[in-house]
Each structure stands twice: as structure tokens, then as C-alpha cells.
Write a protein that binds this ligand. Structure first.
Ligand code: ZN
Length: 606
């Protein structure tokens, strides 16, 4: 049966960044049809007000022009119509991120949540979408990449696509342009790898081979068949950019040109390892958050925030499994994994807000805190991604230890998948109630885990990382940073703690700007604030190099004479240096205990 709701989206004006959209409603509500646009996009927990990019809108019915008016920021009311209604509107797309829409003369990308008005009362109805190319010779090579099921469109062609309902319609982003397409199958399922933006000569065979390993590992972890018939990775490649957003059968990613493996390049450079981690992260979301999802997201409330204390499970555990997948799939070795883990731990230890906010609270307040970072964020909050990943690590290792390796976090994920995820898009969708995650974990493992949940998720106590890692033969070294670029790693000779400023810095021209002043550190004690620009230290111009050299030569208790601008006012403060806290972690394998070695092998290699 032909859908009675039909959209036509045309990348009509690339030079003006405007999409033309036509929405045809065969059976509008008799009392006057209401239309809406979401205020946020699932996966990115911030109200973004997509409706602000609707430039103009008009409507008509059989008789001609039909009155349309806004009733609030993201709703429109049509007058009662005679027969079918057609709504025409224009959307401005000039956001290069993966969250909204973009159109210029080189490419187009959109999320349905930015461009498709919902027909209220008919959101459960099937819809058809025509995707139309810009006209003109310059766009002859453009193709379409999307996981939206094709109706009459040939593969990668402009034309007609269909979705079972509005929720599906807005969960398949669309890329258009003259992109590079790499294809592979994972567990028999076709995967398209689409790269847009100006590309260097990349090793596409390696990219396909590596991504296939990630995909097959994750499909097998949750059990075949894969939860989609095909999958599309779309990556926008540029000089700088990083990020991704998950969807039910695709993901939109951004990376730097230099992250991709170049032709002839061997070895695993850290930027490519990071990119593969991103691929792994977003792909894992196909199970964890797109199908196993909080009850608060089932369905997604399009008009406002969806509150859950479970983002530590949906983002944190996805972050735990993204790098773990790389080692389990054989893309990196155990030492490389430990290096990634030490960076995550170091990042958390350098965030004083871990002692202020729990990850359950961080999850709940993401809308106003994590997604609205400011100069005080490191002092007042903690990321449910990074600390969530470490909570996942502690839970996993605790479960393995307490069950003598008979159970693991994988079993919990699988049980959640079977109970909530597998049938999410087939039949009646059921989300995970706020208390169910922990119940399922206790059921599956046969363990009492209340104490761990209370400590890891709901308290600001430090995680028992050193003990947990020791249980799988991993030694832990915690020390102060030894230089500005020291991200961690094992130091054979422990150095005495150096001094620190207690601030994160950026630059203001050649001078040093304090971007964040950390709780209870020397900068705070001296009365310096975020935003202050250091002008001189002990009578010499304050450059980054000069500051580093001064700190390297100083010892705790030394005093610095600091001149700084606050706004346009010059301040003179005495800063007393203090010993840098031990918050840089190195990890290394210790194979001396065969039982621990075996436990580590089982954990990292299955
Ligand atoms: Zn994520």
C-alpha cells in the first residue's frame, strides 16, 4: 500500500545551504493538522532547537493557500483542509557536525530530525521520501548513501525511499555527494563504508579489513544474525574534526585526514587506533542504546529532555567495549590496550569533579552539565563516558573474579540484549526500566552486586582500579606528571613529584590563558581565575615554553611573581607552588602468576 505521507527533499540551493522540502499529507486531521520537529537528536543529549533553521514555510490544499501558524517553538498548526495538504518549507543546513544538516557545493548531509516535520497523530504511519539532487552539471556525479530502505531508488541513487514510521524516518541520516565507497560483508551482512570530503590516497583494503573484524566480533558477541540487513558507515573527512553519532543501521562519523591509513603505511598509528575505536564505539551502539535502551527513550520524547540515570551503561559501557573490541578482534595487542586504558584512567584522575558528582547523577544531568561544559566543569562533574567505562571495567573484573571466570559483563550484556534489545524494532518496543539493569546483572551472575553498584555508580568514592587490575596480572603505577605532554605510561624509575599550577591552560596569542582553574590547587589558592591571561612570571614574558621551564626547575614551596590580565585589568599575584598530585597512571603486564595470566587471557582474548 502506498504511504499517505510523502516527503520530497531536494538539495536545491547548495550555494545558499538551503534544502527545499515538500510534505504531502493525504489525510490531514479534520480539525486542522498539527506538525512538529524534534528539539534534540537521540545520542546527543542537548536541546538544539532544530526548528530555528526552518527559514520559510507555507501550505496549500485543494482550494489553494492554507493558513499555517506556529503555536510554539517547534509546532505548527494548519487550518482545517479540504482534501490533501501540501506543506513546503526551506531548511538552512550549515552545521558540519554529525548532529544536524549540511549543504554546500561539495556535499550534503542531513539527519531527518533536522528536516522532516512530523505529522502529529500519524507518526506511526509509513512514509515515503524522494531524495532529489541539486540540478546542474556540477552535481552529475553525486550519489546517495543511507541505510533508509530504498523503494524505487537504485543502490546509491537519488529517488524514492521508505520508512515504516516517523521514528525510523529520522533514524537514517543521508549523505549526498561524490563520495568514496568501500564495501565489505561482515557475517554475511553488506556494509557500506562511505568517505566524504577531500581524501588522501588511503589504504581502503586495510580499512575494510579492520572494520570487518570489529563488526564481526561484535555481531558474534551478541549472536547472529546482526540486528540489521545492511549497515552504512559515513565518515566526513576534514583537516580537523572528531565525533560520531549512532543510528539503528548506520553511523555518521567525522575524522581527520591524517587519522586514516595511507597507502603503503604499516603499523598502528595512534590516530588510526583512535578512529577504529570510534568506529567500534558507534557500531556497538547498534545493540547498546539503539535497541537495548532506557525506558525513558522508548519512545524518544521529541519535545524535550529524556531523563535517565543509566547513561553510564549506555555510553560508559559502550566506551568500555569499544577499545576492548580492538584487542579482542586482534587489531591491537594487550600492551596497546593497556596504554589506552591508562589514558582513560589518567583523564579521570585529573578531573577533581569525580569527587563531587557520581556517574548516575552525571547521566541524569547531561542535558545541563556534560553537554554544556564550562570553565568549572572539571571541578563540578565527571564524564559518564570515561568513568562509566572504568566502572564497567571494575564490574567486569569483579564478576569474573567472584565467579571464578564463569560469568562476565558479556553475559549481562547478552541477557539485556535478549530481554530488551533483540525485538525492540519487531513488535512492541520495551525499554530498560531505571532499576532493571542492576537486577539483570545480579540474576545473570548469581552475585549480590548492590555494594558495587552503590560505590561505582552512585558514590564519588574512588574506583578500586588497582585491585581489580591486579586480579588479572596488571601492575599499576600512579605518579605525578613529568612534563607537559606526558599522557602516562610506565616509568621505570619513579621520579619525585614535580610542581604544578593547578590549572588547565590554552593560549592567547603568545601568552598563556588559564582555561580552567582546578579545585584546591595553587592557581586557585593564589586567586587566579579561569580566563586570566598570564603576562609575566618572575619578570619574564609568560609563554607556554617559559611557564613549562619555570615549573620544571621549581620545587614545592617556591613562590612565583605573576602578572596577569583579568579582562583588561592587570593583577599582580604571588603564587606558591605545590607538589603535583599523583594522577598519572602507568599500567604493565605482570605474568608471574599463571592463574592471573589465565584470567587476563580470558578477559582480553575470550
Ligand atoms: Zn556513544
Amino acid at each position: 500500500m502506498k504511504p499517505t505521507i510523502h516527503y520530497r527533499i531536494s538539495a536545491a540551493h547548495p550555494e545558499a545551504h538551503l534544502f527545499d522540502i515538500r510534505l504531502h499529507i493525504e489525510q490531514p486531521a479534520a480539525e486542522g493538522q498539527r506538525l512538529s520537529l524534534p528539539v534534540w537528536i537521540p545520542g546527543s543529549y542537548l536541546v538544539r532547537e532544530f526548528a530555528k533553521h526552518i527559514v520559510s514555510i507555507s501550505a496549500e490544499d485543494e482550494r489553494g493557500a492554507l493558513a499555517i501558524s506556529k503555536t510554539d517553538k517547534n509546532h505548527w498548526q494548519l487550518a482545517p483542509a479540504q482534501g490533501a495538504v501540501t506543506v513546503r518549507y526551506t531548511v538552512y543546513g550549515f552545521d558540519l557536525s554529525v548532529r544536524t544538516a549540511y549543504l554546500d557545493t561539495t556535499r550534503a548531509f542531513f539527519n531527518g530530525s533536522s528536516v522532516f516535520l512530523g505529522v502529529e497523530g500519524q507518526l506511526d504511519q509509513p512514509v515515503e521520501v524522494d531524495i532529489v539532487a541539486p540540478s546542474g552539471k556540477a552535481y552529475r556525479e553525486w550519489r546517495v548513501a543511507t541505510s533508509l530502505p530504498a523503494h524505487k531508488a537504485k543502490p546509491y541513487a537519488f529517488g524514492s525511499y521508505r520508512a515504516a514510521d516517523y521514528d525510523e524516518l529520522i533514524d537514517h541520516p543521508v549523505e549526498m555527494g561524490d563520495f568514496t565507497l568501500i564495501q565489505f560483508k561482515a557475517c554475511g551482512v553488506p556494509h557500506d563504508f562511505v568517505l566524504s570530503g577531500r581524501l588522501p590516497k588511503i589504504d581502503s583494503k586495510r580499512l575494510a579489513r579492520d572494520c570487518k573484524k570489529i563488526c564481526e566480533h561484535q555481531i558474534r558477541m551478541f549472536g547472529e544474525p546482526a540486528p540489521f540487513e545492511r549497515y552504512v558507515f559515513m565518515t566526513f573527512v576534514s583537516g580537523d574534526g572528531y565525533g560520531g553519532l549512532e543510528h539503528r543501521a548506520s553511523t555518521a562519523l567525522m575524522c581527520k585526514r591524517e587519522d586514516l591509513p595511507k597507502d603503503g603505511e604499516t603499523g598502528m598509528k595512534s590516530s588510526y587506533r583512535q578512529y577504529l575505536g570510534l568506529v567500534s564505539h558507534e557500531y556497538f551502539h547498534s545493540w547498546n542504546v539503539k535497541r537495548i535502551k532506557p525506558a525513558a527513550y522508548a519512545p524518544y520524547p521529541a519535545d524535550g529532555e529524556a531523563y535517565s540515570r543509566l547513561l553510564w551503561a549506555f555510553e560508559g559501557l559502550t566506551s568500555y567495549y569499544d577499545d576492548l573490541t580492538l584487542v579482542r578482534a586482534g587489531l591491537i595487542d594487550a600492551d596497546s590496550y593497556l596504554e589506552l586504558l591508562s589514558h582513560t584512567i589518567t583523564g579521570v584522575l585529573r578531573t577533581p569533579g569525580r569527587l563531587v558528582q557520581s556517574i548516575a547523577d552525571s547521566s541524569f544531568d547531561t542535558w545541563i552539565k556534560f553537554y554544556r561544559q564550562d570553565e568549572n566543569s572539571p571541578n563540578s562533574g565527571i564524564s559518564y563516558y570515561t568513568k562509566g567505562a572504568l566502572a564497567g571495567l571494575c564490574l567486569d573484573l569483579h564478576i569474573r573474579q567472584a565467579t571464578q571466570g564463569k560469568r562476565s559483563l558479556d553475559d549481562v550484556m547478552l541477557a539485556l540484549w535478549e530481554r530488551y534489545g533483540r525485538d525492540f524494532y519487531q513488535g512492541k518496543p520495551v525499554g530498560v526500566p531505571e532499576d532493571a539493569w542492576e537486577q539483570v546483572a545480579e540474576e545473570v551472575t548469581g552475585l549480590k552486586l548492590q555494594a558495587q553498584f552503590d560505590q561505582f555508580l552512585r558514590s564519588t568514592e574512588e574506583l578500586p582500579l588497582a585491585d581489580m587490575l591486579a586480579s588479572v596480572g596488571i601492575q599499576w603505577q600512579v605518579r605525578s606528571q613529568t612534563g607537559a605532554n606526558d599522557k602516562g605510561g610506565w616509568l621505570d624509575k619513579a621520579k619525585p613529584n614535580g610542581v604544578w599550577l593547578g590549572a588547565r591552560t590554552g593560549s592567547d596569542g603568545a601568552l598563556v590563558k588559564l582555561t580552567h582553574v582546578l579545585s584546591d590547587g595553587p592557581a586557585e589558592h593564589a586567586g587566579l581565575s579561569a580566563g586570566d591571561v598570564l603576562v609575566a612570571i618572575d619578570g619574564l614574558k609568560a609563554t607556554a615554553g617559559n611557564l613549562d621551564a619555570t615549573l620544571a626547575a621549581a620545587k614545592p614551596g617556591d613562590k612565583l611573581d605573576v602578572l596577569a590580565f583579568r579582562r583588561d585589568e592587570l593583577m599582580n599575584v604571588k603564587l606558591k607552588l605545590e607538589a603535583e598530585p599523583s594522577q598519572t597512571v602507568g599500567l604493565r603486564r605482570d605474568d608471574s602468576d599463571p592463574a592471573k595470566l589465565a584470567a587476563r587471557q580470558a578477559w582480553l582474548h575470550g
